[in-house]
Design a protein around this ligand. Structure first.
Ligand code: ADP
Ligand code: MG
Length: 274
């Protein structure tokens, strides 16, 4: 299968007056369409930096980030359109189709739930009948229909996160970058929202990269887990998850024997200071 995204030897350092902080070193991996990848690693190792590089907010110091070519997209004959390298960012059709979701939901209290989820499309002047219909359907499907005229403060933590996800999905992203999006939620809510989000992403056939420091969250949601070392982050190991029973929800995965095995494996990798 053709990869959607390919990172090769990506390095990045922050420069400030007090010196240089090397955040990422020689990061290489590929992402297949429809895959759910979790990225775990010690706090401060460079996980958010990795997502910023993929989204194009930051440019690698060396190495390349390439995106799969869309149908009809020009450029040299290759499966990949340019992404970015030390030479600078190059726009590709796919890069414009990245959705970014952060720990904080960034809902605006002065707008209703409906006008929050339409905001992205509004800004891009794309809020047409098709967009409105898609949003209406997601509000219904994801249990927020009754709250469309409510203010964000009237929603529970889980509902807010679902609203933020709808706003992201409304833009029709093909690749979702999720940076610890559940970490502000209490444990109970987090379990439920993980199930929701996982079902939504599967139904919408999205490709996702989830950064998390919660090992059980990674094991319950991902197809593959990339384990990073402490800063500067290098790839320590990539684990492919295989559950005897396929298509389990994150919550159902938690009570399988494989869950415990993968959790222990991750724990050992992250606590082995070699
Ligand atoms: P993580 O998301 O894994 O916790 P980050 O990618 O946010 O880690 O940060 C990696 C390292 O880079 C940290 O040591 C952090 O202090 C440093 N860092 C992050 N952003 C900046 C910045 N804008 N300027 C300087 N250093 C930064
Ligand atoms: Mg971070």
């Amino acid at each position: 299968m053709k990869s959607l995204l390919k990172l090769s030897d990506v390095c990045y350092a922050y420069h400030s007056r007090s010196g240089e902080t090397c955040a990422l070193e020689n990061i290489s991996f590929q992402v297949q369409p429809g895959e759910f990848i979790a990225v775990v690693g010690p706090s401060g190792c460079g996980k958010s930096t990795l997502l910023s590089l993929i989204s194009g907010l930051l440019i690698p110091e060396s190495g390349t980030i390439l995106f799969a070519k869309r149908e009809g997209e020009g450029g040299p004959p290759s499966d990949f359109a340019a992404g970015s390298s030390a030479d600078g960012p190059v726009n590709s059709a796919l890069r414009e189709k990245i959705g970014y979701m952060l720990q904080k939901d960034h809902l605006f209290e002065w707008r209703t739930v409906y006008r929050n989820v339409t905001l992205g499309l509004e800004i891009q002047h794309r809020l047409d009948d098709g967009g409105k219909a898609r949003i209406d359907k997601m509000l219904r499907d994801y249990g927020l229909e009754r709250f469309r005229d409510a203010r964000p403060s009237e929603l529970s933590g889980g509902m807010r996160q679902r609203a933020a996800l709808i706003r992201t999905l409304a833009l029709g992203p093909e690749l979702l970058l999720l940076d610890e999006p559940f970490s502000a939620l209490d444990f109970q809510t987090r379990l439920a929202v993980c199930d929701d989000v996982s079902a939504i992403l599967h139904r919408e056939k999205k490709t996702a990269l989830l950064v998390t420091h919660d090992l059980s969250e990674a094991v319950s949601m991902a197809d593959r887990i990339i384990i990073l070392t402490k800063r500067p982050a290098r790839i320590r190991k990539i684990i492919e998850l295989n559950f005897e029973q396929e298509g389990l929800s994150p919550l159902a995965r938690r009570s399988t024997k494989e869950f415990q095995e993968y959790f222990n494996l991750l724990w050992e990798e992250l606590n082995d200071n070699e």
